[in-house]
Design a protein around this ligand. Structure first.
Ligand code: PEP
Length: 254
């Protein structure tokens, strides 16, 4: 299968950055820089910035996403936001299982699975994050860890629903640290994920499945990472907060 048959997805993860006003300004700056890009461009923003982001991105090729969603439709979950609420607000994408949620907020493979289910039920597109911590890589168990995270998160997901899921392989030791996986390391694990999709579903679905790399991707290393056969895009943290840097990564992908 030709890699060019998978449309790359470049998604920003703003984390806990930007007010609504800053959101409007940054997206207005980005819009002309990414216009006409031959890849999917997504910005995942804090809940409070969603309306400002949707309004600023209107009429452009930038799609907006949230950074998490709860697994319940509604109820007594103070401080949480449901997938239905995001859908109703007009948000097409949501990140689920980011390592910062796993590390600081008690996210487990099982809660990731439940959030994925809720997001798919609500009609959202999911960017599902998986990745090993440094100790796991040093122990040589990266494949095992990533396969387990992926398997649990996808349990109950049908082959038809796969078209609404992207997996972002994000080695935790590379997130926000300035350390990047080498293109070969990134490709190796993205291939492990693709092979697992083939094993769980079919080779045809695996060939079409979009797998991103994330972890200190920037305007200097993006081209080398993105040309790897099994790397179909990027999930970008720090560099998505600067219009010119994010646009340069989008250009490298398209
Ligand atoms: C991320 O937040 O998913 C990420 C990859 O961050 P950074 O690009 O800053 O490493």
């Amino acid at each position: 299968m030709d890699k060019s048959l998978r449309k790359p997805v470049i998604a920003g993860n703003w984390k806990m950055n930007n007010t609504p006003e800053q959101t409007a300004a940054l997206i207005s700056e980005m819009k002309p820089l990414v216009a006409g890009a031959d890849c999917e461009v997504v910005l995942c923003v804090p809940y409070i910035d969603i309306y400002a982001a949707l309004s600023a991105a209107e009429g452009s090729n930038i799609k907006i996403g949230a950074e998490n969603c709860h697994w319940a439709e509604k109820g007594a979950f103070t401080g949480e936001v449901s997938a239905q609420m995001l859908k109703a607000a007009g948000v097409p994408y949501v990140i689920i299982g980011h390592s910062e949620r796993r590390q600081y907020f008690g996210e487990t493979d099982e809660t990731v699975r439940d959030r994925v289910r809720a997001a798919l039920n609500a009609g959202l597109k999911v960017i599902l994050c998986v990745g090993e911590i440094l100790g796991e890589r040093e122990l040589g168990i990266t494949a095992e860890v990533v396969r387990k995270q992926t398997k649990v998160a996808l349990s109950g997901v049908t082959e038809n629903e796969l078209s609404n899921i992207i997996i972002a392989y994000e080695p935790v030791w590379a997130i926000g640290t300035g350390l990047t996986a080498t293109p070969e390391q990134a490709n190796e694990v993205c291939k492990i994920i693709r092979d697992l999709i083939a094993e769980l579903y079919s080779k045809e679905s695996a060939d079409r499945f979009v797998i991103q790399y994330g972890g200190s991707m920037n305007d200097s290393n993006a081209a080398d990472l993105l040309k790897q056969y099994d790397v179909d895009g990027g999930l970008i943290g720090g560099a998505s907060l600067k219009a010119d840097k994010f646009a340069a990564i989008v250009k490298a992908a398209c």
